[in-house]
Design a protein around this ligand. Structure first.
Ligand SMILES: [Zn+2]
Length: 269
């Protein structure tokens, strides 16, 4: 069995994050009661800290947002000793003043997915508090790590849609009319599963495009989204690296440890 440091912090990110580590990472294969995660989990060092990295969509980008093994991913991280998860993601913008290259650190999410398994609880009267879905300590670390190339917007709401299709213009306009700011396909159930496992979790969202209701052309296309993501990936990775360094070393966050004193219907890994 390979030896690796025990990571307290994890990053779940897109495929561009492979060359993220300061040293050679170790790939750890993990099986969970919920199946295997999207990929082996890479453990390496960033800014002197042991960090776990999981490519959300798999190493070959083989998992679409609606087929991702969300339960296995979060369980696997927790079982490695992870207690905090930074979740960079690509998003569409629902506001003209948050253009491509903007980084959002949302405060709220709205779940518009359907049919996704979104809980580890199989029964019993367990209702997890989710009023504030993101960890303030992690959000603060990301906000303090802003870099000049990418304007950073604090707060707002990310609506998570089922995908894999993009929104219609009518849906997009309706989302914007609700006062929502960003649209994404993977932020739920990732956030709530993190909460159930008492993991600190924060989304850090890179805007790749204006959503269909705002843009003037012929709609959102995947090729443009990936090209825009690629263009801003270097500075975005730098922001995430800085955020890792800015996360408090001590495990001080009580707010995300929701189950203290509550008996869970399962053992936390
Ligand atoms: Zn927290």
């Amino acid at each position: 069995m390979s030896s690796h440091p025990r990571p307290a912090l994890a990053v779940i990110g897109g495929s561009g994050f492979y060359d993220f580590f300061d040293n050679d990472a170790t790939d750890v294969e993990i099986d969970t009661p919920y199946g295997t995660p999207s990929a082996p989990i890479a453990i390496g060092e960033v800014e002197g800290r042991a960090v776990a990295f999981l490519p959300r969509h798999g190493k070959r980008h083989q998992y679409a947002p609606h087929t991702l093994p969300y339960l296995a991913n979060m369980w696997a991280l927790r079982s490695l000793g992870v207690r905090r998860v930074l979740a960079p993601c690509a998003v569409g913008s629902l506001r003209a003043d948050w253009g491509p290259g903007t980084v959002g650190v949302p405060a709220q999410l709205v779940d518009r997915t359907s049919g996704r398994m979104q809980t580890y609880f199989g029964g019993g009267g367990v209702h997890v508090s989710f009023a504030d879905p993101y960890c303030d300590e992690l959000r603060t670390a990301a906000i303090e790590s802003a870099i000049p190339e990418l304007p950073l917007k604090v707060g707002g709401t990310m609506v998570v849609v089922q995908g894999p299709r993009f929104s219609t213009r009518a849906e997009s306009r309706w989302f914007a009319e609700q006062g929502w700011d960003l649209v994404n396909m993977t932020g739920h159930p990732e956030a709530v599963l993190a909460r159930e496992l008492e993991l600190c979790y924060a989304a850090v969202a890179l805007v790749t495009d204006l959503d269909a209701g705002l843009e003037e052309g012929d709609g959102v296309h995947a090729v443009d989204v990936f090209a825009e993501f690629e263009r801003n990936l270097g500075p975005f990775k730098e922001l995430i690296r800085r955020a890792i360094a800015a996360v408090p070393g001590e495990d001080t966050c009580d707010r995300c440890r929701v189950h203290a004193g509550v008996s869970l219907p399962f053992e936390l890994p």
